[in-house]
Design a protein around this ligand. Structure first.
Ligand code: ADP
Ligand code: MG
Ligand code: MG
Length: 883
């Protein structure tokens, strides 16, 4: 079989759509080469080799050696140089490349192929001994660090010693002889650390680096990253071996990174950074301050350094042309790496660029408006969960801010939290429920776990393309990078800014959109939902079939949900309305009452409150359907707990404290979730449901009379298992409705339905639908009762279950299609069999989960209902499910 694919000189064996085989980097290098964009020649060792390697006890396929030799000969032919040749050596880079870009994989090794002989050839090629020896020592350091696992500080120490010896301050003061001497010292250090000499044979060097790439697929950083991003281990990584081009051979050389559009805002401007006379990682390493590509970018950031557009106008124009070609070709924003050697531009990488949620939205909408993609494609481009970031608060511009530092606005959004100084601490604190801000000099792939749990990230070094910035944008964490005035002291766990000290645990706020860092917590405001957001939502609404309602019981939630486009209330949980201190006392009085008369007396006091609740909701929902669930939780939850609470109830009821105490003891349940709750309360105490129904219909009549709007109450009976339960309680509701209609002389249409949240109800849906006018799938309880797992207690073992692959996803977050889903499917079918067109929706947590929404679309439910902030997510997910 074929294990190796070559590229270069305007052709390639691979293509962009071969990412699975060639990895992202390799597939795109091949594609660029195919469409005539200048790419240094090279070859890709496929991901199948990686898979083979791990399946066969770390052995390569037998044909690999030969195929690599042949591919290398091709590269030598194209580049006119020979690998390992002392007179005219070909040098290569060895680069890892998985299907999805993956920090945590082996770092790139540059200048591979150098040794004491070939360095002479490099001097001959470049006419520059200083450059050649500088490249050589870089190679030894990189190779030792990455492949031989010798810590780079050894080499940094040797360099510092030499500089101190010679009285130099800067690296630039070192001459050819100095670098040459350092190469000798580096090699001696390797021999000392390794117990054998640095490998001089270029072929051995290459296989060492290739092996290190495959080895890094299984390192801890890579494993963690895959776990966080759901990347299967079976994918494997590819290895790219590519001819070196040098951005550090003089002032007509440069290297840089560029985005075809601004990855922070999404604006259609050319965005990027570069350095003259520099190599590869220099741009992202934060050692020298990179320069902007465009005059516009430079002006915007008030930079004094000249832009590439000014320094190398011809090459800039070439790069800008490639920017447009690549974007037109890939039809998405590209993130590119380039190097200029001796006035010639080479592209080293292109890929779909990581971007903030705001940028992602703007780019999709702009590209659809530009005609580059269609509206459906624009809808599909946005990860619904990403919208979340756009819906969340930003800093209140009017709130006072105690700005203590500023850095680069690396990833937008505002966040407050307690400062911690290591990824490990961040994880520990977050586990305790603390909100933390992770402050680091710079971040590295080891820190991703801590970055993930942090509210926001601060670094004191590095630019917009530094590790922290790129990863934070990908994760949607606000980030301020390169806040240079901050001095972090890891040992003492504090940072200082000219005299001011912030210690571990102190609260700070950061604004990743402006780069500001503030002391204390700064209040936030709601985002604007106009512009690109509104446009995309409009396209999504046009494309979806499922309606989107909200779960809301407070006016604030209902208003928020309306603003986000909710088309009604799918679940109003009335119990939340009884915990108010003014009301709970009546509720408790009702519970402890000796007889129906006592209960009615207490309920009468609750009725006006309850009526006002519904008046508010009906008014806000302006004629949209409102589903109200009658009292559901165990009586248990309303019981007085403390001595004071019991005394208060005793006083109000005019009984002795010990009577209450006995009652509380009798009413306490050992498993309330399966106890005296839901419709069982209504069966025991019909007067509770009667009061609620009266309040609903009185409110409905009042609002419709006052506003002239039709009010559509949908009364929902919770936790039924049998049709009989529903029939008994439906009679109570109907009687209350009739009473209100007679008293007010106004009749309204309304519906009485039920939640389907017990397996028995799902199975008996056919007969239940003869009475129920609608079904609402309460998939929280249905998941608990189907899996026999308590949502509140399953956290600890569910994590293990997920890791062991027993349940792939948390079944409380994403519907368990095979089990719970099957019951929902059965209930839907059986319900429709006796009541054609019965209205059905879902109101569990799953109603806001894109994967579960796709399931609801598949089985033809009428609506999903979710928490207010999930409404836009659900609208988009519903559209995606329908496409
Ligand atoms: P990463 O995936 O971490 O970005 P890359 O493989 O893209 O790693 O390599 C990092 C940097 O090394 C590149 O941005 C580029 O500047 C430099 N580099 C890689 N290969 C070459 C090459 N053949 N010639 C010159 N520079 C290279
Ligand atoms: Mg790269
Ligand atoms: Mg329930």
């Amino acid at each position: 079989s074929k294990w190796v694919y070559t590229f270069g000189d305007g052709k390639a064996e691979g293509r962009a759509d071969m990412k699975n085989l060639l990895g992202g980097k390799g597939a795109n290098l091949a594609e660029m080469s195919n469409i005539g964009i200048p790419v240094p020649a090279g070859f890709t060792i496929t991901t199948e080799v990686c898979t083979y390697y791990y399946a066969n006890g770390n052995q390569y396929p037998a044909e690999l050696m030969d195929q690599v030799r042949t591919a290398l000969a091709d590269v030598e032919g194209i580049m006119g140089a020979k690998f390992g040749d002392a007179g005219n050596p070909l040098l290569v880079s060895v680069r890892s490349g998985a299907r999805a870009s993956m920090p945590g994989m082996m770092d790139t090794v540059l200048n591979l192929g150098l040794n004491d002989q070939t360095v002479e050839g490099l001097i001959a090629q470049s006419g520059d001994a200083r450059f050649a020896y500088d490249s050589y020592r870089r190679f030894i350091q990189m190779y030792s660090d990455v492949v031989l696992e010798i810590d780079h500080h050894h080499f940094e120490d040797l360099l510092e010693d030499l500089k101190a010896d010679r009285g130099y301050n800067l690296d630039t003061e070192l001459g050819a002889d100095d670098w040459k001497e350092l190469v000798g010292k580096y090699k001696a250090k390797v021999a000392e650390q390794l117990g054998r000499p640095f490998p001089e044979d270029p072929t051995e060097q290459m296989w060492g680096a290739v092996g290190a790439v495959f080895g890094s697929w299984m390192n801890q950083r890579a494993i963690t990253y895959r776990r966080l991003h759901d990347i299967p281990e079976s994918w494997g990584t590819a290895v790219n071996v590519q001819a070196m081009v040098f951005g550090n051979m003089g002032d007509d050389c440069a290297t840089g990174v560029a985005f075809t559009r601004d990855p922070s805002t999404g604006e259609n401007t050319f965005y990027g950074e570069y350095l003259v006379n520099a190599q590869g990682e220099d741009v992202v390493a934060g050692i020298r301050t990179p320069q902007h590509l465009t005059i516009e970018g430079k002006t915007r950031n008030e930079s004094d350094l000249p832009a590439m557009e000014e320094v190398m106008p011809g090459l800039f124009a070439e790069l800008d042309a490639i920017r447009h070609r690549l974007e037109a070709h890939y039809k998405d924003m590209q993130d590119m790496e380039f190097t200029i050697q001796g006035g010639k531009l080479w592209m080293l990488q292109t890929r779909n660029g990581k971007r903030t949620s705001a940028a992602s939205l703007k780019i999709a909408v702009d590209m659809a408006n530009e005609g580059l993609i269609d509206k459906k494609e624009a809808i599909m481009r946005i990860d619904p969960m990403q919208l979340d970031q756009l819906l969340h608060p930003t800093l209140d511009p009017k709130a006072p801010r105690d700005v203590i530092a500023s850095g680069l606005p690396a990833s937008p959004g505002a966040a407050s939290g307690k400062v911690v100084f290591s990824a490990e601490d961040a994880e520990d604190w977050a586990k305790r429920g603390e909100k933390v801000i992770l402050a680091r000099i710079e971040t590295s792939p080891e820190d991703i776990g801590g970055m993930h749990v942090a509210q926001g990230i601060i670094t004191t070094r590095g630019g917009m393309t530094s590790h922290a910035a790129v990863v934070a944008r990908g994760m949607g964490r606000p980030c301020v990078a390169g806040a240079g005035m901050i001095r972090i002291n890891y040992a003492e766990k504090l940072f200082t800014i000219s005299g001011l000290t912030i210690k571990e645990g102190d609260v700070v706020t950061l604004d990743g959109s402006t780069g500001q860092i503030m002391r204390g917590e700064v209040p936030t405001i709601q985002p604007e939902l106009t512009g690109d957001f509104a446009a995309l939502m409009e396209w999504a609404d046009a494309g979806r079939r499922l309606k989107v309602r909200t779960n809301a019981e407070t006016p604030l939630d209902a208003q928020t949900a309306r603003k986000f486009g909710a088309e009604g209330i799918g679940l109003c949980r009335t119990e939340h309305m009884f915990f108010d201190p003014l009301r709970i006392i009546h509720m408790r009085q009702m519970i402890v009452a000796q007889d129906e008369a006592g209960r009615r007396a207490a309920l009468e006091k609750l009725l006006p409150y309850q009526r006002q609740d519904f008046i508010d909701l009906f008014s806000i929902m302006q004629g949209l359907p409102v589903t109200i669930r009658l009292l559901d939780p165990p009586l248990h939850e309303f019981l007085p707990h403390t001595q004071d609470e019991m005394q208060e109830v005793a006083n109000a009821a005019g009984v002795e404290l010990k009577t209450i105490r006995t009652l509380v003891a009798t009413l306490s349940e050992s498993n309330p979730m399966l106890g005296h709750r839901g419709c069982r309360l209504g069966i025991s105490y019909p007067e509770i449901y009667e009061m609620q129904a009266l309040a609903i219909f009185q409110a409905a009549v009042q609002v419709s009379q006052a506003s002239g709007q039709t009010v559509v109450p949908e009364v929902m009976i919770p936790l039924i298992g049998t049709r009989k339960e529903l029939d008994l309680l439906k009679a109570v509701v109907d009687k209350a409705a009739a009473q209100v209609f007679t008293e007010t002389g106004t009749t309204l249409s309304y519906a009485v339905g039920t939640m389907i949240e017990l397996p028995r109800a799902a199975l008996r849906a056919a007969e239940i639908a003869e009475s129920a006018e609608f079904f609402s799938f309460g998939t929280n309880d249905l998941t608990q009762t189907t899996l026999g797992m308590s949502r509140d207690d399953s956290g600890p073992f569910l994590e293990t279950y997920r890791l062991r692959g027993i349940y792939e996803k948390d079944p409380f977050a994403t519907i368990d299609r095979d089990g719970v889903g099957e019951l929902v499917r059965i209930a839907a079918e059986r319900g429709r069999s006796t009541r054609a067109g019965i209205k059905m929706g879902i109101c569990g947590e799953h109603g806001g989960d894109p994967a579960s929404i796709a399931f609801c679309e598949e089985i033809g439910l009428d609506y999903v209902s979710c928490s207010p902030y999930r409404v836009p997510i659900a609208r988009l997910a519903a559209a995606q499910a329908a496409i």
